[in-house]
Design a binder for this molecule. Structure first.
Ligand code: ADP
Ligand code: MG
Length: 568
């Protein structure tokens, strides 16, 4: 080991008490210490903070850390202060500070005491702060949660767009460290471009979570009963159930409670005290289940969450990955169960209808990926990792058999000829259609867009009309994951041939495919299809009544709470 390496290890031990680096941390840190622009892509929990904290502590000057979440900044500052001799080693600079406090921060920076200065991006737009920061020694600038810069990320923040400009004003040659847990190629490209660091050395960790089991079930009228059954089979284990609306969170939490499950609701409409209380109950294991909107989870570090259920399918694969990622942090079992009905996708589309067109297009493209994920019968893990630009082989890759599609494979049939038809049609129509329109061309069904292209599309119209639209859609999804076709992101999903796709047309190979799942849409039609009994989805009033009754009875007679839903 060189002297520098020994220094890094002893600093790691001294400041953080860790005996070794995780994953790519050491390489990243060396690159940051060397003063290079650095781009770090690691899943949540991968240890990104250390990648800027450690270099900040050992480098001369102050590192500026931009982060969107004040609560997370405070946690980090407290943690760093706890292991340092001087309280001023880390500060948060934001609009809530009074004059004296701001002065103290500035003095600590000028005196070389402050190694880490956390700021929210909107605070950085304050002239006074920028003017001050120009005059002091800045070691580097870390942009945490850097995906906030991209509209294709799951958490776009317009203030992030100004960062490049502000960094330039603070100092032209300040090294930049961008960090994110968003692995989609488009978001990465946006980050590099918008932060003006296309020369950055990129460190990307694998996003595979081999201990998580992925499963998608059809969402029927009996979804509540199904969830109750699942939770009862996993009695005593910790889990999160995500719902789209606050109302559904409240209802479902009650339904679970009435059925004897220890569950609490969590959403942004609850007052802060209740939210903290419910979160603590979960962490302290006073409740097994939190029924929540996506407001729950950011920064929650409970290692033994054993299941994450999506009562409603999320709006992107990215969100799905982040939310399911809260299961099995300790490396133990983690079951990710999502309920899917196409009607829910339509609901999500409707939510977007008032938004600017570009935003709608992005939202729609992201939703189509969710549809493909849910309906496709290929490995869930392979699908997710492909979405993140990662190749995965189910035979050799870790966790290769950990999903419903791999465990219960559908019949595969030889589809070599169909792949050729598909790829040729993409080529012959000059790569201008998205999946849905391409399928229309292949089965010979016109729509306004296709009609407008009549002259060049007509010869290929109906080349595959002997098969159903659903067959071609399934094939497109599988051919994309196999790499023969690519979705062009700039045009929100127009299909293009890859080089291997072109080669396939010249020299077709065996291609085994399985048809997509068919999901019965029985969510809203009132038909109870589940033959196994259940019917726990009672209305709100009844639930409240039963709950009251249960409480009164329990008090008066000392009887155990009764159970409405009985597992058969
Ligand atoms: P991320 O920002 O990538 O989601 P964090 O920086 O919050 O991840 O780190 C996740 C957890 O891993 C934290 O609890 C942190 O203390 C821990 N951690 C980070 N680096 C190491 C290490 N080298 N050894 C042990 N634990 C580590
Ligand atoms: Mg982080």
């Amino acid at each position: 080991m060189s002297i520098a390496e020994i220094d890094l290890h002893s600093a790691l031990k001294k400041y953080f008490g860790f005996s070794g680096f995780k994953g790519l941390q050491e390489e990243v840190i060396k690159n940051v210490v060397a003063g290079n622009n650095t781009f770090v892509i690691m899943p949540t929990g991968g240890g990104k903070s250390l990648c800027y904290q450690l270099p900040a502590l050992i480098k001369e000057g102050t590192a500026i850390v931009v982060s969107p979440l004040i609560a997370l900044m405070k946690n980090q500052v407290d943690a760093i202060r706890a292991v340092s001799e001087h309280e001023g080693v880390a500060h948060v600079l934001n609009s809530s500070l009074n004059k004296t406090e701001v002065k103290r921060v500035k003095d600590d920076i000028v005196n070389g005491v402050t190694k880490l200065l956390y700021v929210a991006p909107e605070s950085l737009t304050k002239e006074e702060y920028v003017d001050f920061l120009r005059t002091v020694k800045i070691s580097f600038m870390a942009v945490d949660e850097a995906h906030c810069i991209s509209e294709w990320g799951h958490d776009f923040r317009p203030e992030y767009r100004n960062l490049r400009h502000i960094i330039k004003r603070i100092g032209d040659d300040i090294p930049i460290v961008g960090l994110t847990a968003t692995a989609t190629p488009k978001v990465q490209e946006d980050i590099l471009k918008n932060l003006g660091m296309s020369d950055a050395v990129t460190f990307k960790a694998s996003f595979n979570r081999p201990n998580l089991y992925y499963e998608v079930r059809p969402k029927t009228k009996n979804v509540d009963a199904d969830i109750i059954r699942f939770i009862k089979q996993n009695e005593g284990k910790s889990g999160i159930v995500y719902c789209l609306s606050r109302k559904r969170v409240e209802e479902l939490a009650q339904v679970l409670q009435v059925n004897g499950i220890k569950a609490v609701p969590y959403h942004a409409g609850l007052d802060a005290k209740t939210r903290v209380k419910h979160q603590d109950m979960f962490l302290m294991e006073d409740t097994d289940v939190v029924v929540a909107t996506i407001a729950f989870g950011m920064g929650i570090d409970k290692p033994d969450v054993r299941f994450v259920i999506h009562h409603d399918i999320p709006k992107s694969i990215e969100s799905y990955y982040q939310e399911t990622g809260r299961a099995g942090r300790d490396g133990g079992e983690g079951h990710c169960l999502a309920y899917y009905a196409y009607k829910d996708i339509e609901k999500l589309e409707k939510f977007m209808s008032g938004k600017p067109v570009a935003e709608q297009e992005i939202g729609h493209a992201l939703l189509q990926e969710v549809v493909a994920f849910a309906e496709s019968s290929i490995s869930r893990r392979k699908f997710i990792l492909h979405y993140f630009g990662e190749e995965f082989d189910n035979e050799t890759g870790e966790g290769g058999d950990m999903d419903d599609n791999v465990r219960n494979p559908k019949n595969q049939v030889e589809a070599k000829d169909d792949v050729k038809i598909l790829l040729q049609t993409v080529q012959n129509t000059n790569e201008k259609y998205k999946s849905k329109d391409l399928v229309q061309v292949i089965i010979g069904k016109e729509n306004a867009l296709i009609s407008s292209h009549k002259t060049d599309t007509l010869p290929f119209f109906g080349v595959g009309k002997d098969k159903e639209a659903r067959h071609w859609m399934a094939l497109i999804r599988q051919v994309i994951v196999a790499g023969y076709l690519k979705k062009d992101i700039e045009t929100y999903g127009v299909l293009r041939l890859s080089d291997t796709g072109k080669a396939f047309i010249e020299n077709p190979k065996s291609f085994m495919m399985a048809e997509d799942h068919v999901f019965d849409d029985t969510t809203n039609d009132g038909i109870i299809t589940n033959s196994k009994g259940g019917g726990a989805a009672a209305d709100e009033k009844l639930m409240t009544m039963l709950k009251d009754l249960r409480k009164r009875n329990a008090k008066r007679l000392g009887v155990p709470p009764f159970v409405i839903f009985q597992d058969p």
